[in-house]
Design a binder for this molecule. Structure first.
Ligand SMILES: Nc1ncnc2c1ncn2[C@@H]1O[C@H](COP(=O)(O)OP(=O)(O)OP(=O)(O)O)[C@@H](O)[C@H]1O
Ligand SMILES: [Mg+2]
Length: 287
């Protein structure tokens, strides 16, 4: 993910990847090939692109929008039709209901999903997404983020996603490039960014709550320990294994307990989470 404040060069960077802007120096490799050696039209068909503000064609239906690249690639109509249905299902829009609507007849979040479906339609190995979840409310945004992560579990693609939202980057990224004034200020995993900001700019960007945000990267299930000894107080709170240590800490602070029971999806206890464990996990070890 490319992360950074407005105007730092995120959109410019991804537009260089598909050659909407030509790099003045340096090299950009897509699947090992220098992009400046690939015909731009062919290159762009290999790269799905969700532009900032979605950019659906207003005079085309949802189905026609999603079909754009397969049609350019000359797929047979039956295959295109099948693919459109598949893509709409994938992004959680009922094809029967949405296929023949126009973009103006959709909500902002639905338009963004169509944009994602359109970018995925020709199954490109690489996706560029410029603030794809930018214009929706926090609840829909979280849902779209999780749906997209679930889609990626199945599709295994290289995605370069632009955001200025730190929490989105922490939640979704394998690797983050923090940008400032056209330069990469830091490149690393979300945990590296939060644990060791490279400079005062990055430290300021990740903010004073970075210790808590790091706890959001670890689940209670990963951190819990086997319970030693037989009994546990009856008022011991319970937390789902899938919940984060940040939620675990909040629960312990609110309930005034030192220990919580960690349970799996069936409600069976798999271990306990203690304040000590959380403290140990949040400490930054010297390099
Ligand atoms: N065609 C252009 N000609 C000259 N300068 C441009 C052009 N397009 C963008 N810029 C400038 O380049 C800088 C980076 O712009 P860019 O669109 O990459 O920012 P961004 O990081 O995507 O910001 P945002 O989060 O607001 O979308 C900005 O200062 C912008 O004004
Ligand atoms: Mg931009």
């Amino acid at each position: 993910m490319l992360l950074g404040p407005s105007g730092c060069g995120k959109t410019t960077t991804i537009r260089m990847i598909n050659r909407l802007i030509e790099p003045s120096e340096g090299r950009i490799l897509v699947e090992g090939e220098d992009v400046t050696r690939i015909d731009p039209i062919r290159l762009r068909r290999r790269i799905g692109y969700v532009i900032q503000q979605v950019g659906l064609f207003p005079h085309m239906t949802v189905a026609e929008n999603v079909a754009t690249v397969p049609r350019l690639l000359g797929w047979p109509p039956v295959q295109i039709q099948h693919r459109v249905g598949e893509m709409l299902d994938l992004v959680g829009l009922d094809p029967g209901q949405f296929m023949s609507r126009y973009p103006r007849q959709l909500s902002g979040g639905q338009r963004q999903r169509v944009g994602v479906g359109r970018a995925l339609a020709a199954d490109p190995p690489v996706m560029l997404m410029d603030e794809p979840f930018g214009s929706v409310d926090p609840i829909i945004r979280a849902r779209l983020q999780n749906e997209f992560l679930a889609i990626l579990q199945r599709l295994k693609k290289t995605v370069i996603l632009v955001t200025h939202d730190l929490d989105e980057a922490i939640h979704m990224a394998d690797l983050v490039a923090v940008m400032r004034d056209g330069r990469v200020a830091q490149f690393g995993t979300p945990d590296q960014l939060l644990a060791r900001p490279a400079d005062p700019f990055v430290a300021d960007f990740v903010g004073a709550e970075r210790a808590l945000k790091r706890l959001a990267l670890i689940t209670a299930g990963e951190a819990c320990e086997a319970r030693t000894g037989g009994t546990i107080a009856v008022d011991t709170p319970t937390i789902a294994a899938s919940a984060s240590l940040r939620e675990g800490l909040s629960l312990l602070l609110m309930s005034g307990n030192e220990v919580a029971r960690v349970v799996d999806a069936d409600g069976l206890e798999i271990g306990v989470l203690t304040l000590t464990t959380i403290r140990v996990r949040s400490a930054i070890r010297p390099t």
